[in-house]
Design a protein around this ligand. Structure first.
Ligand code: AP5
Ligand code: MG
Length: 217
């Protein structure tokens, strides 16, 4: 199965991808997570991406397209779920072309819909584990011990781009550059709009329903 999860910052892409990969045995490919790993390792790619990410702008297409093509090559036969990529029309077209060269295509696009008014609170309250990548929220998804990861006891951190000011820029970037992808995919594939303003469990059930139906065909 090859899945694209679309959605604004804070719509729950990362949270839901973890559930999807656990159930269907897919590889989770988050462009944001890969960029953060590159930054943490001090690579050239990470250095180039830094200023864009910290201001809430998109990293240039040529960097992202090459980075994600390499990541997709390593995916198992079971498939993958893309989180945060593609994010521009150009990225989507290049992704389709590169899959088509191998006789493949995206099977399903799940579009997480959520109001801007909800996402700011979600993002500014997010805390993540620098070791294992687990994601929490100071009110909605608290860790068992405050400030510590349930999996490995590491101290939870806040992403540098999770301030209210940068979130406003990320949302503006999303509406201008990424939202048009929904229509691109509606003309070129199977898209399901999912109400992601509900609880994470309710969203998970709605996603599994669509994916179970796809697996059964
Ligand atoms: P990226 O890391 O992809 O960030 P994003 O798209 O802004 O999305 P987030 O990770 O903030 O949100 P999410 O939807 O994953 O939500 P989450 O599940 O964590 O990208 C970062 C930057 O990298 C970009 O700004 C850009 O610079 C660059 N970049 C990345 N990809 C790129 C690309 N393709 N092209 C160019 N540049 C690129 O949930 C958020 C919080 O809410 C958590 O605390 C969670 O616990 C909580 N939560 C989740 N679901 C619910 C729910 N249903 N109810 C209540 N709380 C919930
Ligand atoms: Mg994410």
């Amino acid at each position: 199965m090859r899945i694209v999860l679309l959605g604004a910052p804070g719509s729950g892409k990362g949270t839901q991808c973890k559930q999807i990969v656990a159930r269907y045995g897919l590889l989770h490919l988050s462009s944001g997570d890969i960029l953060r790993q590159e930054r943490a390792s001090g690579t050239e790619l990470g250095k180039k991406a830094q200023s864009y990410m910290d201001s809430g702008a998109l990293v240039p297409d040529e960097i992202i397209i090459e980075m994600m093509a390499k990541a997709i090559e390593k995916a198992p036969d079971a498939g993958f779920v893309l989180d945060g990529f593609p994010r521009t029309l150009n990225q989507a077209v290049e992704l389709d072309k590169s899959l088509a060269r191998d006789g493949l295509a995206i099977d399903i696009i799940l579009n997480l819909e959520v109001d801007d008014s909800i996402v700011t609170g979600r993002i500014t309250g997010r805390r993540s584990c620098p070791k294992c990548g687990a994601v929490y929220h100071i009110e909605n998804m608290k860790p068992k011990s405050e400030g510590l990861c349930d999996n490995d006891d590491a101290e939870l951190i806040q992403r540098p781009d999770d301030t209210a000011e940068v979130v406003a820029n990320r949302l503006e970037t999303y509406h201008r550059q990424t939202k048009p992808l929904v229509n691109y995919y509606k003309n070129n594939g199977t898209v399901f709009d999912i109400d992601a303003g509900r609880s994470a469990d309710e969203v998970k059930v709605a996603l599994f329903e669509k994916l179970d139906a796809l697996v059964a065909t």
